[in-house]
Design a protein around this ligand. Structure first.
Ligand code: SF4
Length: 583
């Protein structure tokens, strides 16, 4: 029987309850958003005592479904002011599933107390966490694993969260015990820290996998999905060989790699930071690519990056981070990018937001363009220590732009735009504009169909067809991946292989003894989005928040010379806004 773990940091209690009927078939993002929408006042202060933070594995957590250990973290976001679900790889989702914990809901006013939550087969306990407060994520993970055992999965807020930065992540340990996977977006780390909760330690020793209503049906569907992943060219070859960084050259050739704070669509030194260069460095120096962020991954898109002496630098040096701290800042130094990636992981900063922030700071004159060592120094000395300058940079791209007098600000709903220019990849522009999460590529990855010809092809430079593409992908992402707790990279195979897509509702049906079809799970995703949009409206969001910054419509992007021209009324249809009456 799936359970909720209710943690009150004000009174120091951690109590299990049976999952209420209304949440029974909800998991991952569907569950975090349902709880936040029901239990948090949309007008409340995100860092005040009324906000809650919810940690949920997906509907398939703890099972043998491939890639099923994503952990959703939900709250009201201090960055966007709206509802937030940010999910992460790592081991925690799987461990929670094996302990039959659907979600951990943390609430209350800690009144200065610092806590560690320890969860295992025998129960859950809040313990004094003051000795861990102030530690970076790596040091904290090491200390927790030393005390609680190597098998423990850790979920941690870093110094960025403790300082209340609106750019602050929640870190999750990977199979090697490294806190290098992050629920990065939207300031979740600051919400966790505001509850006085430094870390959750999850030990599933002795726990069994969750019971399956129909094991044969489940295993048949699982095998179908694994076989599909093994034959699709993106999941069987492209991602394992070069990781997500394979997209640097792809996007550069497509003219959609945002460069110099979104002023250009190509970076003339892209090759130096490409996936091909990253893989070559790993091979020559003794690092690893084809690394996994969670048990049960069969794609292995991640990496362990090492320096020229073969010493570990960072893990999960991904496309978005390489772009944000590289091309977007005119920086071609891959070794320095990996070092910055480590700093961000250890401090608990989202690399996308950080790269957007550095770029506007460069445009405002804080640093010369391309000054990799200057960025590293700011991370090590200012952001890590919560100095006045660190706080100016730690509250996100829009905040830094205001501090440095910059008006060219790539944000939607106050959240920094990721690594695809919407003038050259218009489907992803629709996702940025209309996602309830703010600018978020993962919530409807139209790049697949615009650029990679996965799931068909829609011309990336033409406004036509982008809204239905993004809407369908947003609903599918919310239902099939974010709520099932599956890595969204499964979508590459699922978009081209109907049998792989159908395997996901099949596994859910076999796990819970219900009947769920592809259409049902798509409708489920649409309901998740409706819940999130309704929360945002109650928080004060209007149609004006479902728009891209105006410079995308007025500044043509080299090399294509295109502008953003998707009609506002089409965006409104995606979001379910009623047409505005012409009086
Ligand atoms: S494909 Fe990549 S992101 Fe997805 S589970 Fe595997 S290593 Fe993690």
């Amino acid at each position: 029987m799936r359970r909720l773990l209710r943690v009150d940091v004000g009174v120091g209690t951690a109590r299990f309850q049976e999952i209420p009927e209304e949440f029974a078939l909800l998991g991952g993002r569907a569950l975090t958003s349902a709880i936040i929408a029901k239990e948090v006042d949309p007008r409340s202060d995100p860092l005040g005592p009324e906000n809650k933070i919810v940690f949920a594995g997906g509907l398939l957590a703890g099972t043998t479904a491939p890639h099923s250990s994503r952990l959703s973290v939900g709250c009201k976001s201090p960055l966007t002011g709206g509802i937030k679900e940010s999910n992460s790889g790592g081991q925690a989702g799987n461990r929670m599933g094996r302990l039959d914990i659907a979600a951990i809901v943390v609430q209350g006013d800690p009144a200065g107390k610092k806590w560690i939550l320890h969860v295992d087969r025998d129960g859950a306990t809040l313990a004094d966490g003051s000795t861990y407060w102030g530690l970076g994520n790596y040091g904290c993970a090491d200390a927790l694993r030393e005390k609680y055992g190597e098998k423990a999965a850790c979920v941690i807020c870093g110094p960025a969260g403790e300082f209340g930065y609106r750019n602050s992540s929640v870190a999750v340990t990977d199979p090697d015990g490294r806190p290098c996977r992050h629920a990065g977006r939207g300031g979740t780390g600051a919400v966790m820290a505001a509850r006085g909760l430094k870390a959750i330690v999850i030990d599933d020793s002795g726990a069994e996998r969750p019971a399956l209503a129909d094991p044969d049906r489940f295993n048949k569907a699982r095998k179908t999905l694994v076989a599909g992943l093994g034959t699709h060219p993106v999941t069987s070859s492209g991602l394992p060989s070069f990781g997500t960084a394979i997209l640097i050259n792809v996007m550069n050739e497509a003219g959609g790699l945002p460069t110099h704070n979104f002023h250009y669509g190509t970076f003339d030194q892209a090759e130096a930071i490409s996936g091909e260069t990253l893989a070559k460095n790993c091979d020559e120096r003794g690092g690893k690519h084809e690394h996994s962020c969670m048990t049960g991954c069969v794609i292995h898109c991640s990496n362990e990056y090492v320096d020229k002496a073969g010493t570990y630098v960072s893990s999960g040096v991904e496309y978005e981070s390489i772009w944000a701290l590289g091309a977007n800042c005119d920086n071609p130094d891959l070794d320095a990018i990996a070092a910055m990636d480590f700093q961000c992981d250890d401090i608990g900063l989202d690399t996308i937001e950080m790269g957007d922030t550095f770029a506007v700071a460069m445009e405002g004159g804080l640093l010369p363009w391309g000054d990799a060592q200057g960025m590293l120094k700011l991370l090590r000395e200012e952001l890590r220590n919560g100095t006045e300058l660190g706080r100016k940079l730690g509250n996100g791209c829009e905040h830094a732009a205001n501090e440095f007098g910059v008006t060219h600000v790539p944000v939607v709903k106050h959240q920094g735009i990721p690594a695809y220019d919407p003038r050259a990849v218009k489907g992803i522009g629709v996702t940025y504009a209309t996602s309830p999460m703010g600018a978020d590529h993962t919530s409807g990855y139209a790049v697949a169909t615009n650029i990679l010809d996965v799931g068909g092809h829609v011309d990336p430079l033409d406004a036509e067809g982008q809204c239905p593409l993004s809407q369908g992908l947003q609903e599918a992402t919310a239902g099939f991946f974010d709520s099932a707790g599956l890595c969204v990279f499964l979508a590459f195979a699922c978009l081209d292989q109907p049998e792989s897509l159908a395997a996901i509702p099949e596994m859910i049906s076999a796990r819970y003894g219900t009947e769920m079809s592809v259409a049902d799970l798509g409708a489920y995703g649409a309901r998740v989005l409706a819940t999130e949009r309704e929360f945002n409206q109650r928080a004060g969001f209007t149609q004006a928040d479902d728009r891209l910054p105006s410079f995308f419509s007025t500044e043509p992007l080299p090399p294509h010379g295109t502008v953003w021209d998707v009609a506002d009324q089409d965006l409104d249809k995606v979001c379910g806004w009623s047409p505005v009456l012409e009086l």
